[in-house]
Ligand binder design. Structure first.
Ligand SMILES: Nc1ncnc2c1ncn2[C@@H]1O[C@H](COP(=O)(O)OP(=O)(O)OP(=O)(O)O)[C@@H](O)[C@H]1O
Ligand SMILES: [Mg+2]
Length: 326
């Protein structure tokens, strides 16, 4: 499906609404108030579709001051987050380029979320590890100001080593799954010998104890997977520093399509793909590759200011004008 219309017409709004209805949150902002129409107190978004052969209706309601509520086929969900366990939507927005060209934190956050999507049982692990790091850092600072003893740090060091080792193992597994499909999609886009490289090592209690004096000085834990990076390479070049804008975009797309393949294989249903402004900066050959690829992988919504940017006839063309879709 292609949504077209001039700048400011509401294409991104439409895409965002589909994300909210299927995942319970916006890919753009965590501030739900921004999702409610200016001057209104509430918003509601409902989508109807099919999952396999079964009909499906997801509804999300947002009320200023009263939070969010979701229902699936008429049954209210305990928490909006449950939608994510039921439906998968993968999104590309120009902000997502940060996954390749941004700081290591952006890549860690992205791959940790991908890990959660591929293995929902471990979705909480990155946050649990992050909490352990924060607790240990707080403990380091208490000792540094004399409000506590060095022994008080030990339980946090142990927990950090335990959760950190689990996180490194989970990341390695997730990257081993995503890697081959990423390489394949990247090659189709002309990115030769693409590679995801993760060198993270599980932190150990010994290693953390050895650097305790330095950590106490800085009030920060200076080793562990919260400092790791995942390199995104093509032909041995780090695309963060040496990729062109278009190559960085293609790498993000290849990651998204790789994840779509895995979700399809694991859940037996293709994810919904939302691709905002994806066609700009791609040359005609790459646009054709992308058009062929999305035509074969479930349902996809692309946005563009000009329908001619998509070098294929979409199954559905939606014209967006001043906030109305036709
Ligand atoms: N909460 C809101 N209530 C009403 N209007 C809003 C709200 N949030 C954003 N808008 C407006 O919606 C308009 C459409 O924005 P949108 O990002 O969807 O446009 P677009 O079609 O994607 O444009 P572009 O081609 O430039 O990306 C903007 O002018 C914006 O000011
Ligand atoms: Mg837009």
């Amino acid at each position: 499906m292609l949504a077209t219309g001039p700048n400011g017409a509401g294409k991104t709004n439409l895409l965002e609404a589909l994300h909210v209805a299927t995942q319970g949150f916006s890919p753009r902002t965590r501030n739900d108030r921004q999702l409610i129409r200016f001057g209104s107190e509430a918003a509601r978004v409902a989508v109807n579709g099919r999952r396999g052969h079964a009909a499906l209706e997801a509804v999300v309601k947002l009320e200023a001051g009263a939070g969010k509520h979701a229902s699936l086929n008429g049954a209210p969900l305990r928490a909006v987050e449950q939608l994510r366990g039921e439906l998968t939507t993968l999104v590309f927005t120009p902000d997502r380029l940060g996954v390749v060209k941004g700081a290591p934190a952006a890549r860690r956050a992205y791959f940790d979320r991908a890990l959660g999507r591929l293995s929902p049982a471990r979705a909480q692990l990155p946050a649990d590890y992050g909490a352990a790091v924060a607790q240990r850092n707080a403990s380091l600072r208490r000792v540094a100001v004399g409000a506590s003893t060095r022994e008080a740090i030990a339980p946090w060091t142990q927990q950090l080593a335990d959760l950190g080792s689990q996180l490194v193992a989970a990341r390695r597994e997730a990257l081993a799954l995503i890697g081959p499909a990423f390489v394949e999609h990247a090659a189709a886009f002309g990115l030769d010998a693409a590679e995801l490289r993760y060198d993270g090592e599980p932190p150990t209690v010994e290693q953390l104890e050895q650097r305790l004096s330095r950590d106490l000085e800085r009030g920060l834990t200076g080793a562990g997977p919260h400092l790791d990076d995942v390199l995104v390479l093509a032909a041995g070049r780090d695309l963060r520093s040496f990729g062109s804008q278009g190559e960085q975009r293609l790498a993000v797309l290849a990651l998204l399509l790789a994840e779509a393949d895995l979700v399809t294989a694991r859940r037996g249903a293709s994810p919904l793909l939302l691709l905002d402004d994806v066609l700009s900066e791609l040359d005609p050959a790459r646009r054709r590759t992308l058009a062929a690829c999305v035509a074969g992988c479930g349902q996809a919504l692309l946005t563009a200011t000009d329908p001619a940017m998509l070098p294929a006839d979409p199954d559905q063309l939606v014209e967006v004008r001043a906030g109305t879709a036709r």
